[in-house]
Structure formats: structure tokens, C-alpha cells
Design a protein around this ligand. Structure first.
Ligand SMILES: Nc1ncnc2c1ncn2[C@@H]1O[C@H](COP(=O)(O)OP(=O)(O)O)[C@@H](O)[C@H]1O
Ligand SMILES: [Mg+2]
Length: 312
């Protein structure tokens, strides 16, 4: 049993639910999740990490949990409704895991209704922080999980393929969020047609769309602006080797502002760490495996920024 954290007496569920995505596979989402979670748990926060990558479960391995007896797959298959019962302890005090092992090969993903229940259940967990490690791609489950917070974390690496996928990811998140926020069916239809990149030539950018929405219904236009403002994803550049790699984060930030009108916060970067691979092979998070390494120092900085009070 983990010791009671700051919030135990209040018993009102988790304070922060943070999805960690990034569009592309292999950029370090799971590595970052495992390490950030370890840092926060070592600080005494009660942390639950959820492996939402049902088609590529890895988080248990990075945390040294060999064969979790239960997992999110039991929730998906409706064998268990209580997420608390699906958590397993890790070797790190205060850090527990909902693994994603043993998913049904034919139907790994939860239905939309089940996803809503999942997110609701995660919010009720008695934890200070819940981190969700997302799979690659931009399919609806990933987008729904990312949308659960205004300030999800996007992990990218300084390669054109990763950057390309990050833009697709942000684009998908942006339009999906807008569509969900629009009450009028006609406006929703308009947003849907803007989601088709080969569609209406007059709806190529978010600004075109805003103009159309305002013309159709000023109230929806105001909500549009509000929805865009409240969406403030954060960016982590992983695996950096040069100053140019680091600067790339700022460029992405400017492009997002210019093209989508959204404020992306550049949370920081993590170097390409020589000891990272060995830490993965040893199944011990880098921050414990090589606490003196530069990578561990960057990851500790990222962890503290990640749970800073939300900026307005
Ligand atoms: N900053 C880093 N420095 C060196 N190697 C890294 C770094 N981040 C990740 N890796 C390596 O990349 C591998 C893939 O990362 P992973 O977190 O599994 O990617 P994802 O979850 O995005 O698919 C890790 O197992 C690790 O060996
Ligand atoms: Mg992963």
C-alpha cells in the first residue's frame, strides 16, 4: 500500500490527469512517461501511470513490472469496471500502474462509450497525478484521451517525420476539439468539412473556418474563439543533440500560433542520453538508473514544469 498523499483526506479523485502523446511511435513517449512518473512519485506524490497503448504496451517493462496480473484490457472487455482494482504496484513507492498487456488482438480498443467511462474512472482514482501514455497515430481513442486535458503533453523528436506527425496530431486535436465544442449541427458540419484537407477551398485554415462560423452564428463564433484559447498543449523535444534541435521547439510554437492561433507551451527538452538504452534494458527508469546523468536532470526539470499550476 502506498502511503497516503496530500489529498487522501479530501478523497475527491485525482488533481491532474495528463495525457502524453505525440503522433509518432519511437519518439520517447513511454520513456518520458516512466521517468517523469518516477520523479513525481519520489517527491511523495501519489502517481498512477496508465498505459493507454493497447496495441503496443511497453510501460510495464520500463517500470520493471514483469507480467502484470491485470490490465486495461480487463476494463475494455468489461471484466472489471473498477479501475482502482486494475492498478498494480511498481518497485517505486507511490507509483502504481495500469498496464495495457493482454489486449484482445481483434478488438483492442474500447468503444466510445467505454472510453468516456475510462476517463471518468481515471479522474476518480485516489491519486495526485495520473499520467496517460498514449499510442501512436491520430485515431479517435488517442485523440479522445489527449483531449481530456487542456494541457496535454506532446513528445516529439527533432526529425522531419516526427515533426510532420506532430502537426497532423495537433491539427486533428484542434478540429476535433472544435467540433465537440460546437452546439449547432450546421456549425459541426462546417467543422467536419474543414477537417477534409482536400475539401472546400474556402475553409483551408482555421481563420477561414472562424470567419464562416461567425457569419453563420455569432454565438458559435465566440465559443470557437474560447475553445481555441483554452487549448494549450505543451511540447517536449526529446532526443536532442544540437542547439538547432532545441530551437526547433520554438519554431513549432510559432507555426502553431500563426497557423492555428493556438498557444503551444514549449515545456523543455531532453538530450540524447547515452545511458537511456541501458536503463531501458535494465528495466529501471533513467532517473533512478543514472540519476547523475544529464538526461535525468532534464527529465526532473520536465517533471516539475509538467505539474506547475496551470497557466492562464
Ligand atoms: N532521450 C533519449 N535518449 C536516448 N534514447 C532515448 C531517449 N528517449 C527515448 N530513447 C530510446 O528510444 C526508445 C523508444 O522510446 P519509447 O519511449 O518506447 O517511444 P514511444 O513510446 O514514443 O513509441 C526507448 O526505449 C529508448 O531506448
Ligand atoms: Mg510507447
Amino acid at each position: 500500500m502506498s502511503k497516503p498523499g496530500r489529498q487522501a483526506e479530501e478523497n475527491v479523485g485525482t488533481r491532474q490527469l495528463i495525457p502524453i502523446g505525440g503522433g509518432k511511435g519511437g519518439v520517447g513517449k513511454t520513456f518520458v512517461t516512466a521517468n517523469v512518473a518516477t520523479v513525481l512519485a519520489r517527491q511523495g506524490l501519489r502517481v498512477v501511470v496508465v498505459d493507454a497503448d493497447l496495441e503496443g504496451a511497453n510501460l510495464h517493462t520500463l517500470l520493471g513490472v514483469q507480467d502484470p496480473p491485470c490490465s486495461l484490457a480487463d476494463f475494455v472487455a468489461q471484466r472489471e469496471d473498477d479501475l482502482q482494482k486494475l492498478t498494480v504496484e511498481t518497485q517505486i513507492p507511490n507509483l502504481s500502474l495500469i498496464a495495457a498487456t493482454h489486449a484482445h488482438i481483434a478488438t483492442p480498443q474500447p468503444s466510445q462509450a467505454r472510453r468516456v467511462q475510462l476517463l471518468r474512472g481515471l479522474r476518480k482514482l485516489p491519486a495526485d497525478v495520473v499520467l496517460m501514455d498514449l499510442g501512436a497515430g491520430i485515431h479517435p481513442p488517442v485523440m479522445d484521451y489527449f483531449m481530456v486535458a487542456d494541457h496535454g503533453l506532446l513528445v516529439i523528436s527533432p526529425e522531419p517525420t516526427s515533426i510532420e506527425n506532430a502537426y497532423s496530431f495537433l491539427r486533428a486535436a484542434f478540429y476535433r476539439r472544435l467540433r465537440l465544442a460546437m452546439a449547432s449541427l450546421d456549425v459541426r458540419k462546417l467543422v467536419s468539412s474543414a477537417m477534409d484537407q482536400r475539401g472546400d477551398k474556402n475553409l483551408q485554415t482555421p481563420f477561414d473556418l472562424l470567419r464562416e462560423v461567425q457569419a453563420m452564428d455569432p454565438e458559435s463564433g465566440a465559443r470557437f474563439v474560447q475553445t481555441v484559447r483554452s487549448f494549450r498543449p505543451r511540447l517536449l523535444m526529446n532526443d536532442v543533440q544540437t542547439a538547432e534541435d532545441i530551437r526547433l521547439g520554438f519554431s513549432i510554437r510559432s507555426v502553431c500560433k500563426k497557423y492555428f492561433g493556438i498557444d503551444v507551451e514549449y515545456l523543455g527538452y531532453v538530450n540524447r542520453e547515452r545511458e537511456a538504452r541501458d536503463s531501458v534494458r535494465s528495466r529501471v527508469p533513467l532517473v533512478d538508473f543514472a540519476p547523475e546523468s544529464q538526461g535525468a536532470a532534464y527529465l526532473r526539470r520536465v517533471a516539475s514544469r509538467l505539474i506547475e499550476p496551470e497557466k492562464k
